[in-house]
Design a protein around this ligand. Structure first.
Ligand code: PHE
Length: 336
């Protein structure tokens, strides 16, 4: 054996590998050539007895041979396995693979991010807070006295006597003001809960709260910011209408309608033939709320607004049933 050159060894081995019709034979060949007592291993051991001038070159060649044969054996094994699968008729290895189903961001997640982005560009900072909330933050500090009928407007899920699932993101106004002094410009996105369910209501939905407090802020600023927001999300042609409304924590209060994105004001089924669609609630922060957080209500003035994310998403994507967003049908969710 020792008299064989490395080239001869390779030639013999390759002949045997190519002729192997059974994985067991390949395994034996691996032992025969590359094993602990294999021919190449033996050859490598003998290299140290060779004259110094050819020793490094022979060593290198032997190592390369080892690598090459090991690769060839593996490849032959793969080919035999593929052939076996084709022979048993199970798998056609040449057919295209099955596509993997890759997830996408949920449309509500995307809409929330888009809403937040428009306000971030206007200098607002994002804050987040608890969904299981104290009655104090959800109602009391927002100027809803105990037993006030306005509490009934928000079909509340109670966790205990004084703990609720927050019915809106407005408690974040109070949480932020308790910790920080004006000037403030915040938005607070998140989940809210109300015991309500039909084609335009789900027990869990999303809002983005916004609040600005400074020494001089006006209702005009509120209109300007909300107009910029609506134009960014929809288009410049969409006009807004501020309709007087009531919230205990804002005075004056306004609900904002936008021109119907479907009929552009002519009147259709979506806007109940009014030409307008309600998208958010807003108003100037009530002095009582400032007093509750220890702000001087004669010095500071501010405005707040609460945007329904699903509502905006339904109008923007023209989806007529809010429940579609939560059925988790990937054919629906993939379209956004
Ligand atoms: N929190 C109110 C709601 O959920 C919306 C709102 C927010 C109104 C901020 C005024 C100011 O209906």
């Amino acid at each position: 054996m020792a008299h064989q050159t490395i080239e001869q060894i390779i030639e013999d081995a390759e002949k045997e590998i190519n002729g192997a019709a059974d994985p067991r034979v390949l395994n034996d060949l691996s032992v025969k050539y590359l094993g602990r007592k294999g021919i190449i291993t033996q050859y490598l051991r003998n290299v140290s007895d060779l004259p110094e001038e050819i020793r490094p070159e022979q060593g290198k060649k032997a190592n390369q041979a080892k690598e090459r044969l090991s690769k060839e054996i593996k490849q032959a094994e793969r080919q035999l396995e593929e052939k076996r699968l084709v022979d048993i008729g199970g798998i056609d290895v040449s057919s295209p693979g099955r596509p993997m189903n890759i997830g996408t961001l949920h449309p509500i997640t995307k809409m929330t991010a888009e809403i937040c982005d428009t306000f971030i560009r206007l200098g607002f900072e994002v804050v987040e807070g608890p969904e299981v909330e104290k009655d104090y933050y959800n109602f009391e500090a927002l100027n809803f006295p105990k037993d006030h009928p306005a509490r009934d407007m928000q079909d509340t899920f109670f966790v205990s006597n004084d703990i609720v699932l927050r019915t809106h993101t407005s408690p974040m106004q109070v949480r932020v003001m308790e910790k920080h002094k004006p000037p403030l410009r915040i938005i607070a996105p998140g989940k809210v809960y109300r015991c309500d369910s039909d084609i335009t209501h789900t027990p869990m939905f999303h809002q983005v709260e916004g609040m600005l407090v400074d020494e001089n802020a006006s209702f005009g600023d509120l209109k300007g910011i909300l107009t910029a927001f609506i134009h960014q999300i929809f288009d410049e042609e969409i006009s807004l209408r501020f309709r007087p409304s009531f919230f205990p924590f804002t005075e004056p209060s306004a609900e904002v309608d936008i021109l119907c994105v479907i009929c552009r004001g002519k009147g259709c089924r979506v806007c109940s033939h009014t030409g307008w669609l309600e998208v958010l609630g807003s108003g100037m922060v009530h002095p009582a709320v400032f007093e509750n957080v220890g702000y001087d209500s004669s010095k500071y003035i501010g405005f707040a607004f609460g945007i329904g994310v699903e509502r905006v998403a339904m109008l923007k994507y023209q989806v007529d049933d809010i429940r579609k967003y939560f059925e988790n049908d990937s054919r629906f969710l993939r379209q956004f």
